[in-house]
Design a protein. Structure first.
Length: 276
């Protein structure tokens, strides 16, 4: 059975059984009807995925991989902060009339910084280090730029990556300040697993582990019955990720270059309410 399913189920059960409820507290998020959106949360959740063993996509329900990849390419490859460059509507609520989400996400990755070797943006610096100094312990990106927070329409949730090479395997840590578990957990895991694959291929490395650190992993009150049903569903073996072997350049990857073989999964959950 899929190890990603086991990790997800264990995390959800831990939150439901041992989490802290915000009921009775003043909270910022609201449901569409204006009702306060309360959560059950766990602090400091750490999940490990060995990408050399399987691709960590849920089989309990389908994760729309192509859309998830499109978003991660929008941030890391296009380095964009405009939803007109994105082929979905997941960011519409945070965009202004021109389509901008402010100085967030891709904007931060596009800024060039000075180094002894020259000027690089954060993505190109990772590519440079993985090629020229792969065993460095300083291969880090961070888009939580305090000087620009006042011009971001949404503060970054997944904000930092640390890359580390062990032997010929590329490992990564994803730091996330907050995560809405039901709609976003496996979406983010799949995105950053793909990102590690992309960096590994572009650098002539193999994939290793993705470690996902979530400061505040929470389940919203209206998601609790959905989660309880989801984690009792049948589980299936993980599918095989197939990547176009002709693409080696980080900036040449497209969503269609990633395919899943043998992806068996449960039914989709439709119309999940989202708190904003």
């Amino acid at each position: 059975m899929s190890k990603a399913d086991h990790i997800f189920i264990d995390m959800c059960r831990d939150i439901l059984e041992n989490g802290y409820s915000s009921e009775g507290q003043k909270v910022r998020p609201r449901w569409e009807d204006g009702t306060p959106a309360h959560t059950i949360k766990r602090f400091g959740v750490v999940n490990r995925y060995d990408l050399s063993e399987e691709f960590p996509i849920l089989t309990l329900r389908p994760t729309p991989l192509a859309k998830a990849i499109d978003e991660i390419l929008w941030i890391w490859q296009k380095k964009s902060n405009n939803i007109k460059d994105l082929n979905s509507h997941i960011w519409d609520a945070w965009a202004d009339e021109d389509g901008s989400i402010g100085k967030a996400y891709g904007y931060q990755l596009s800024i060039k910084h000075k180094y002894p070797e020259g000027e690089f943006d954060q993505v190109d610096r990772v590519l440079y280090d993985l090629k020229h100094n792969p065993y460095s312990r300083r291969i880090i990106t961070n888009i939580y730029n305090h000087s620009d927070l006042h011009e971001m329409n949404l503060y970054p949730c997944a904000y930092s990556m640390t890359f580390n090479v062990t032997g010929n395997k590329l490992n990564a840590i994803l730091n996330q300040r907050s995560q809405d578990v039901l709609p976003a957990n496996n979406w983010n895991v799949c995105q950053y697993a793909i990102l590690v694959h992309m960096f590994a291929i572009a650098s002539g490395l193999e994939v290793g582990e993705l470690v996902h650190v979530i400061a505040d992993a929470h389940i919203y009150d209206r998601h609790i019955p959905i989660i309880k049903e989801l984690i009792e569903r049948p589980q299936y073996p993980a599918p095989r990720l197939v990547i176009n072997p002709d693409v080696k350049d980080f900036y040449e990857f497209k969503p269609e270059d990633f395919k899943l073989e043998g992806y068996v999964h449960g039914p989709q959950i439709k119309n999940i309410p989202i708190a904003v």
